[in-house]
Design a protein around this ligand. Structure first.
Ligand SMILES: NC(=O)c1ccc[n+]([C@@H]2O[C@H](COP(=O)([O-])OP(=O)(O)OC[C@H]3O[C@@H](n4cnc5c(N)ncnc54)[C@H](O)[C@@H]3O)[C@@H](O)[C@H]2O)c1
Length: 484
């Protein structure tokens, strides 16, 4: 291993407040995506490790839930402060784990995780029940935790995903066992250490490593009350099915093929900027990306010309270089997959405007024009920096075409006509939408999908509902009337 790129943690797992190793688990080689060089060597969780993590979570949860919400919130807020204090070190770790430019991991990844911890730390004490007058009697409701939640993460925003799941779950008094993606296991381990340092009792947040089989073992364990997955639609279907067997709650944050609609009265620079953000940031590995860019015919030539001009200035390179704006893809397998989509788009008759295959782990920012709805590039999630530009003429037409997909994660509209913007957004089948903006996901705003893109919402007050349940308490204050 190159000495300065080693990121070996103390142990593969973090259970009951301690690093835990079991070298009998299948080896898990962690690589720096930029070079493919190993940066850590871990082991997948064995059944014993999974059992230890779930036992620890089960045991820790009741006491954690019994704390005053303000006391749980103080620990989450303390963890957020530690994350902010160690921003540089954590950004570097995230870059090594994901290959994303350090520019991005400094600004977006852990800081967004810290936002989430701060938000739910503040929200926890404000969650109250209802009192319901019933004449002489009354009822009230209590919002109670679910118990043990399993979090399963994707590789594109590993530490942000861990925080987005942990923050509402823990704020509401649940314990969590988190399984990061096997490709990006390092950030969640660091989060577990930070929680402990911030004063969280051992066992409240545990991390186990492994591929899909470890996730599947967690999802079906009778000690688990809820599963929150961030991943692809096929994995989501499997996990939802398995969770249903045990009547477990789920949150599903899945993939998309989101439309970004640009009317010909849009501000060109903003629309082009948003299309670039929504296709090339994180080398296109973002679930909510607006990968079907519908451009009204009158603006098409200007849009493509300005897009090509601005895309040519994107600086690709070593992700640890602060000047780098664009990094490699996560793995050789993902690179092959993205290249196959590029080859397929050309074969199906789309016109390559710029970009192409690239070299090694890099696929450059790429855009195709004259893409039609039936082409594979317009129908399937690529999860790489490949933009499909489609032409359209009328509002009704573009709404129908935008909705003609199994996905429903996100959508965007660019126009100066705000009445039209609201009218169009109201008709788009998507859980998260933007008007004259794209891919901004502040913690204050609910985030999630409809249709095959998911169930439940992360972030905002809405997330509380998905990490708690309502108990009704009927309070009899008058004599019991019985016919017997
Ligand atoms: N909606 C969102 O918030 C969001 C955010 C990021 C990524 N994503 C989606 O994630 C996908 C990319 O991530 P990925 O390739 O890691 O996804 P993936 O579906 O391959 O894996 C996601 C996670 O599920 C685990 N897993 C796989 N099979 C499992 C099983 N049978 N039971 C339990 N767990 C299992 C994996 O080990 C991994 O941790 C894309 O489709 C992307 O759109 C969605």
């Amino acid at each position: 291993m190159t000495q300065d790129l080693i990121a070996q943690p103390q142990a593969s797992h973090f259970v009951a407040g301690r690093p835990l190793e079991d070298t009998s688990g299948t080896p898990l080689r962690v690589e720096y995506p930029h070079t493919g060089a190993p940066i850590a060597q871990l082991h997948e969780a064995t059944p014993q490790v999974i059992d230890a993590a779930l036992t620890a979570a089960r045991e820790a949860q009741p006491e954690w839930a019994a704390l005053r919400p303000v006391d749980r919130g103080r620990i989450l807020a303390h963890a957020a402060r530690i994350i902010r204090d160690r921003g540089e070190e954590l950004a570097r770790l995230e870059t090594l784990d994901t290959g994303k430019p350090i520019q991005e991991t400094r600004e977006a990844d852990w800081p967004s995780g810290a936002d989430s911890l701060e938000y739910f730390a503040g929200l926890a004490p404000t969650v109250t029940g209802e009192t319901i007058p019933l004449g002489a009697d009354m009822a009230y409701t209590r919002r109670e935790p679910l118990g043990v939640c399993v979090g399963i993460g994707a590789w594109n925003y590993p530490s942000q995903i861990a925080c987005w799941k942990a923050a509402p779950a823990l704020a509401m008094g649940n314990a969590m066992v988190f399984k990061p993606s096997e490709l990006t296991p390092l950030g969640a381990l660091r989060l577990a250490e930070i929680f402990l340092e911030a004063g969280m009792p051992p066992g409240v947040f545990n991390v186990v490593q492994g591929r899909g089989a470890v996730g599947a073992a967690l999802v079906t364990d009778p000690r688990v009350d809820k599963v929150s997955l961030t991943g692809s639609v096929p994995t989501g279907r499997r996990v939802y099915t398995a969770a249903a067997e045990g009547m477990r709650h789920v949150t599903m944050e899945l993939g998309g093929k989101s439309p970004l609609i640009v009317f010909d009265d849009a501000t060109l620079e903003d629309a082009v900027g948003a299309a670039m953000l929504g296709n090339f940031y994180s080398s296109g590995q973002i679930c909510s990306n607006g990968t079907r860019v519908f451009v009204q015919r009158g603006l098409k030539d200007a849009f493509l010309a300005r897009l090509a001009e601005r895309a040519a200035t994107i600086r690709a390179g070593d992700p640890l270089d602060p000047e780098t704006q664009f990094g490699p893809l996560i793995s050789a397998a993902q690179t092959d997959k993205v290249r196959a989509y590029i080859a397929g788009a050309s074969a199906e008759g789309a016109r390559l405007v710029f970009g192409g295959m690239g070299e090694g782990r890099f696929v450059p920012p790429t855009a195709f024009a004259e893409v039609t709805d039936t082409m594979t590039l317009a129908r399937e999630e690529v999860f790489g920096p490949v933009m499909a530009v489609l032409d359209f003429d009328t509002e009704d037409e573009v709404i129908a075409r935008a909705n003609a997909t199994q996905f429903g994660l996100a959508a965007g509209v660019f126009t100066r006509d705000l009445a039209r913007a609201h009218r169009v957004v109201a008709q788009l089948q998507a859980g998260t939408t933007w008007i004259n903006a794209y891919n901004l996901t502040p913690v204050e705003m609910p985030f999630g999908g409809v249709k095959a893109s998911g169930l439940g919402r992360e972030n905002s007050r809405a997330a509380i509902e998905f990490y708690s349940q309502v108990k009704s308490v009927y309070l009899g204050l008058s004599p019991v009337e019985s016919p017997y």
